[in-house]
Design a protein around this ligand. Structure first.
Ligand code: AHR
Length: 312
């Protein structure tokens, strides 16, 4: 008899807690660590039982985690998909098990009827904002840009590249001369930037670095400094995320611009799930978070102070 009794979790108030499986990519960046912290906080505040799985950057680990969540019959699954392709089969398995799936911060190439909704920013727009900032900053002067791409095959790497290229397309003075992945990590950004500096006259031929995230930009800043140049002055630095350390770099004049990405994807995701659980409300397929540009003029020290305790 005991074996057939379902195990349920009770909240402090005695109600049944919803169980939510969360397949996180890993901890490649400060932003990613913050998203994990915020997701845990949001789940705790709502009394949900969050089952966390760290995929350590591997899609096969994420697929295995999803299958395990399905076997546990969770009430919903959150997933930040490391790459865009290869999800159809496992998403279909979740659908057949009637478990709603919400994508966080990255997109997939699968049909959108295989998941409930996706919470994230407009990744193409983020790249475009970065590119438009640079076009304005160089004001018609020739600018040879080196690009640090995110994880190959991930939607932010693909879309942030596209958006930036669109923004500079009609400005022949701005061109990307080198582009390589730094895998969204600080160490990757530093190593790739070192090779760019070496290949480009010690940095003399580089006007700007565009990094698909702040962590790679911070690694690049270190490489530029070690090459004897002034980041933010000799080489402009523009990136995406808005992590606390990039605001310190902006305040120090070593970074020039960042496009903020909120780490709170779980809040809107849980709101959508609650409405779905409570009365079957189907959310829109894309719940967009805001993107805002910050430069050295936007009181970066205060922005740093305001963010440093927020799970980063
Ligand atoms: O998917 C969002 C990106 O992934 C963030 O910009 C980056 O820092 C992270 O690792």
């Amino acid at each position: 008899l005991l074996a057939s009794v379902a195990i349920v979790t009770l909240t402090a108030g005695g109600a049944f807690a919803q169980t939510v499986g969360f397949s996180q990519i890993g901890s490649e960046s400060g932003w990613r660590a913050a998203e994990t912290t915020v997701t845990r906080q949001q789940a705790e505040e709502r009394g949900y039982d969050l089952r966390f799985s760290d995929a350590q950057q591997r899609q096969e680990n994420q697929i295995a985690a999803l299958r395990s969540f399905i076997a546990q019959d969770v009430d919903a699954i959150l997933i930040a998909p490391v790459v865009a392709t290869g999800w159809d089969a496992v998403l279909r398995e979740a659908q057949e098990a009637e478990i709603p799936v919400v994508l966080l911060d990255r997109q997939v190439d699968s049909s959108d009827d295989l998941y409930l909704t996706a919470v994230g920013s407009d990744l193409v727009h983020e790249g475009a904002v970065a590119g438009e900032w640079l076009v304005t900053a160089v004001d018609g002067k020739e600018c040879r840009v080196v690009e640090l791409q995110g994880t190959t095959g991930s939607s932010p790497a693909i879309d942030r590249k596209t958006g930036f290229e669109q923004a500079i397309a009609s400005h022949s003075n701005v061109s990307i001369v080198r582009s390589q992945t730094g895998d969204f990590t600080r160490s990757g950004g530093k190593t790739v930037m070192e090779s760019f500096l070496q290949a480009e006259g010690g940095g003399a031929n580089i006007c700007a670095v565009y990094a698909h995230n702040d962590d790679m930009a911070l690694g690049a800043i270190q490489a530029i400094r070690e090459a004897g140049l002034k980041p933010g002055t000799d080489i402009l630095v523009v990136s995406i995320d808005g992590v606390p350390d990039i605001f310190l770099a902006l305040a120090a004049g070593e970074a020039n611009a960042t496009v903020e990405l909120t780490p709170n994807m779980a809040g809107p995701a849980f709101d959508a799930l609650k409405a779905f659980w409570d009365n079957g409300t189907v959310p829109p397929k894309f719940i967009q978070t805001e993107s805002r540009l910050y430069t050295q003029k936007d009181n970066p020290q205060a922005e740093y102070e305001g963010r440093k305790g927020l799970g980063y």
